[in-house]
Write a protein that binds this ligand. Structure first.
Ligand SMILES: *Cc1c(COP(=O)(O)O)cnc(C)c1O
Length: 434
């Protein structure tokens, strides 16, 4: 595949940005080579600086559930830009987006818009601490919650389950306010709650963990978390930055029919523009400034251009049958791939929920905790990835990342893609035999 231009651009970018990028995974370090510099996107396709055309399953890491350059979204963005790009004062559009969301979501009563998923999580955690008057947060190994200091922690070794920092610049004091537990392990939660319950403000989880592979949890486990938190005066936060508006308009809360105390959103909510949000009951949200004493603010929060994009996208998502059709197409796609790799059934698994999928090089039937993922399997992903690029298929450049099907991937696109993916997988194992 031609990549001279992307390579040149990447070399130039290295002079400007650390590692040549403005977000680390984009640097292609886990798959090797220079990242593709994207020139434009339309529908389910993207074109890079060298003129390569690819079918996109990264979809900007999830936000583009309607695909690239969706006419309805673009039109609303353009109309909003015509009226001015930012006022730092309330606009009608914030009401409109909030109204669409709150009227169609049984799990939150009030919402606050911010500008990214990280900001949503950061604000929700502060609110949880302010509301409960407690300071410790439980998170799970294998769940990502953005680059909030207190979430950049990993499980400590030995007896202590208090976190140790996983990034320079995060102090041990901050890391110690987070306990990191394995997913899908009730005993670990029971012990932590019985030993430290009086200090624990909240348990935060991705109800559909989709940032470290796709670690689908049993509904009964999520229900268990709901019960144990309720009993012990601990808030349950669903981080739905990926799953929100993805596994259904009401996200994972609706999918599993579990009422968390707070929900964070991002990605899809902004229609491809930078928007995040957090929501909860009126009672909990009343603790946010200026009503309450938990401070949280943003110069560009509720930005009218971003709101316009969100409104257009949310409206499209609410159309009858939208999610059913998306899930049906995704099943079709996965079945097409599977029928092309029958001989590899024991070596490659495709896990999925709704329109999210994940290819795992494993013989395991279920992967529910990060410790179930064999790091050595990523060597295969690296080969797979470049075989995909050669065939015009774009995935997120890491084997730990999930893929997304959008509303504009047609069955024909998916059939073509499935054949190419199956062929790429064939090459992975052919190379292995040599
Ligand atoms: C993407 C993501 C975040 C971070 O959102 P940003 O907009 O990248 O800051 C947080 N939590 C989850 C579950 C995510 O998927």
């Amino acid at each position: 595949m031609k990549n001279e231009k992307s390579t040149q651009l990447f070399e130039a970018a290295k002079k400007y940005f650390p590692g040549g990028v403005n977000s680390p995974v984009r640097a292609f370090r886990s798959v090797g080579g220079a990242p593709l510099f994207i020139e434009r996107g339309d529908g389910c396709r993207i074109w890079d600086a060298d003129g390569n055309e690819l079918i996109d399953f990264c979809c900007s890491w999830g936000p583009l559930i309607l695909g690239h350059n969706h006419p309805g979204v673009r039109e609303e963005i353009v109309k909003a830009v015509d009226l001015g790009t930012s006022f730092g004062a309330p606009t009608r559009k914030e009401n409109e987006l909030a109204d669409i969301i709150l009227k169609n979501n049984r799990f939150i009563e009030k919402i606050r818009f911010v500008s990214s998923g990280t900001e949503a999580v950061m604000s929700a955690l502060r609110l949880a601490k302010g509301y409960t008057g407690k300071n410790v947060i439980i998170k799970f190994d294998g769940c990502y919650h953005g680059h909030v200091d207190s979430m950049l922690v990993k499980a400590g070794s030995g007896l202590t389950t208090f976190g140790i920092s996983s990034s320079a610049g995060v102090s041990e004091e901050v890391a110690k306010e987070t306990m990191v537990l394995p997913l899908n392990d009730r005993r670990a939660v029971e012990v932590a709650v019985s030993d430290f319950g009086h200090d624990i403000a909240a348990i935060i989880i991705e109800p559909v963990p989709a940032n470290n592979g796709l670690l689908l949890q049993d509904k009964s486990y999520l229900e268990f978390l709901r019960e144990i938190t309720k009993k012990n005066n601990i808030l349950l936060i669903f981080d739905e930055v990926i799953s929100g508006f993805r596994v259904g308009f009401e996200g994972a809360a609706g999918y599993y029919n579990i009422q968390p105390d707070m929900i964070t959103y991002g990605k899809i909510i902004g229609g491809g523009m930078p928007v995040g949000a957090y929501g909860a009951s009126e009672k909990i949200m009343s603790h946010i400034s200026p009503e309450g004493n938990v401070y949280q603010a943003g110069t560009l929060s509720g930005n009218p251009v971003a709101m316009a994009a969100g409104i257009a996208q949310m409206k499209a998502c609410l159309e009858k049958g939208f999610y059913e059709e998306l899930a049906e197409k995704t099943s079709y796609f996965i079945n097409e791939v599977k029928s092309g790799i029958k001989n590899l059934e024991s070596k490659v698994k495709i896990f999925s929920i709704g329109s999210i999928f994940w290819f795992a090089f494993t013989d395991k039937e279920k992967i529910q905790a990060s410790s179930d993922i064999d790091p050595a399997s990523m060597d295969k992903f690296r080969i797979f990835y470049h075989e995909l690029l050669e065939r015009g298929i774009y995935f997120g450049p890491s084997g730990y990342e999930v893929g997304f099907v959008s509303a504009v991937h047609t069955k024909n696109d998916l059939k073509i893609a499935a054949e190419k993916i199956a062929a790429a997988l064939g090459v992975v194992f052919q190379k292995e035999m040599v």
